[in-house]
Design a protein around this ligand. Sequence first.
Ligand SMILES: *Cc1c(COP(=O)(O)O)cnc(C)c1O
Length: 401
Amino acid sequence: MKDTAVMETYKRMNIAPVSGRGSWLSDARGSRYLDFIAGIATNSLGHGHPALVEAVQEQAASLIHCSNLYEIPLQKEVAGLLTEKTDFDRVFFCNSGTEAVEAAIKLARKHAYTGHGPHKHEVLTFTRGFHGRTYGGLSATAQASYHEGFGPMLGGFAYAPFGDLDAARESVGPETAAVLVEPIQGEGGINAAPEGFLQGLRELCNAHGALLIFDEVQTGAGRTGHLYAYQGAGVVPDVLTSAKGLGGGVPVGAMLAREECASLGPGNHGSTFGGNPLAMAAAKAVLEVVSEPDFLEEVRFKGSVMKNALRTLADRVPGAEVRGEGLLLGLDLGPELAPEVFEKCLQEGLILNVIGGGTLRFAPPLTVTRAEVRTALDILRRVVDSLIAVPEEARLGTAVA
Ligand SMILES: *Cc1c(COP(=O)(O)O)cnc(C)c1O
């Protein structure tokens, strides 16, 4: 067998997990890793959660797939759960984040087209955002590095600096169909929207008859300690995208919309796999856990413990910064220190990742225990101490010599 058969679109870490339990991954040699990335904010219930495993096993044994040509009762149940716990009325199911974004863009354009005509089709997005890898999501992603070599992008997108409400005001007009924004930017470095920004976008959209779309693919399904981050932010969008943690590792995506803008009808959009019984069984099991108020409160508690500890650590590193909310946190250590800390943590059995060049991302399973949070922080502190101590000792060494 050729070792290069997989088209390598990823820079992979040199570990190969084969099993998982709770917040821990194990490789074939028996090495254990404390998983503080959770499949990029996806294994929301950790690994091997009994309720999720049982739901998937039982569903697999009775019916895995059944076309959307037929009624799928489980789909109605999950849509019912999602709408009951949020401000939305309608759900479209797909299989990934980028597909949820595609659906949201299509819905927004259809809504604008129906109400105003074809000129109203522009979508405003923000620098450092990330909305996925298909052409709609990619065109919405205002980062040149993702576009290079793949042009032309889809027409009708405008970009403004994230957090700059004045710039957004300049870019929104009668041609704007939607404003698409992550309430906390994930891939772009865990950047929370500054105070008033989301509310300002809400008002702009209202003034111009544009839809406000929150991309909550990363922040959703309990990640920030609210079922969806908008519920903590106090700004209600018209449309919301969800995926990553929603199926606890089983591919599920969803686009949620308010009744007034649920503009997609039969024949307008579709997905062969979207909302299949297996995926719906997983999403139902996940939602039943993560939508519990006590569970969300515990996520907020663990998040604040971590955030405070990271802040204390950041105080010792010049220029360092902590960002994020709940169990989606970023420790910005800069492009030199962050990769080193990441490597050393991995050697010590703690899995993190580096985003935006210099930010360590923390996104453990939402079920992570308080003790595991302490363990991860102990490892991190040890690693950072060892690395920031080195240059000083080295300097002393030369001075003495
Ligand atoms: C990961 C992510 C996506 C893309 O999701 P995929 O499932 O990889 O297609 C879109 N938007 C945001 C905010 C994300 O974090």
